[in-house]
Design a binder for this molecule. Structure first.
Ligand code: PRP
Length: 173
């Protein structure tokens, strides 16, 4: 296993987080947000982002998975659902990365069926070239090329999530 140079440095990440939070704060002015983090990957981005958002909020989480090592299984599992009732609430989904889009599509449809007042999605990273489904994304940090990356919440086999920057990952041969 090889961890390369940072693709996104701590400074680039923190600057983008503040920019996204400023736009979100403006868009939701006068409203209350229910911020929903999609775990496990989003745990660091979620906690960075919410600390910079300037409107009142509640928080909740969904634990979902579909990846085995570096492959999506396409089979989305919800390990833990929300505790909050989202009916008539302004839900902001917060995700670390959108790749095939299958995880987010599944969760968006699941939540829309519960009649929130609104549903928007913020993803830190967008690997758009890998998309397998049409998807609405409202806030995007960085669009990135098709490299397998780790750090800032993203993993390989549940490792490297704690790196404070994002790095390209290669399996050594
Ligand atoms: C990762 C990531 C997203 C999803 C994106 O989660 O956090 O939720 O994959 O991939 P997709 O767009 O192809 O569906 P993963 O299933 O690896 O679980 P994790 O959050 O516990 O790492």
């Amino acid at each position: 296993m090889v961890i390369g140079k940072p693709l996104l440095t701590v400074e680039q990440i923190q600057k983008k987080v503040k920019e996204l939070a400023a736009i979100i704060s403006e868009d939701y002015e006068g409203k209350e947000i229910l911020a929903v983090g999609i775990l496990r990957g989003a745990f660091i981005f979620f906690s960075d982002l919410v600390r910079h958002i300037q409107v009142p909020m509640n928080i909740d989480f969904i634990i979902a998975s579909s990846y085995i090592k570096i492959q999506t299984s396409g089979d989305i599992k919800i390990h833990a659902d929300l505790r909050e009732d989202i009916k008539a609430k302004h839900v902001l989904l917060i995700e670390d990365i959108v790749d095939s889009g299958l995880t987010l599509k599944y969760i968006q449809e699941m939540l829309l069926a519960r009649n929130p007042a609104s549903l928007r999605t913020c993803t830190f990273l967008d690997k758009k070239s890998r998309r397998k489904t049409e998807l609405k994304l409202d806030y995007i940090g960085f669009e990135i090329p098709d490299f397998y990356i780790v750090g800032y919440g993203l993993d390989y086999d549940n490792k490297f999530r704690n790196l404070p920057y994002i790095s390209v990952f290669k399996e050594s041969t």
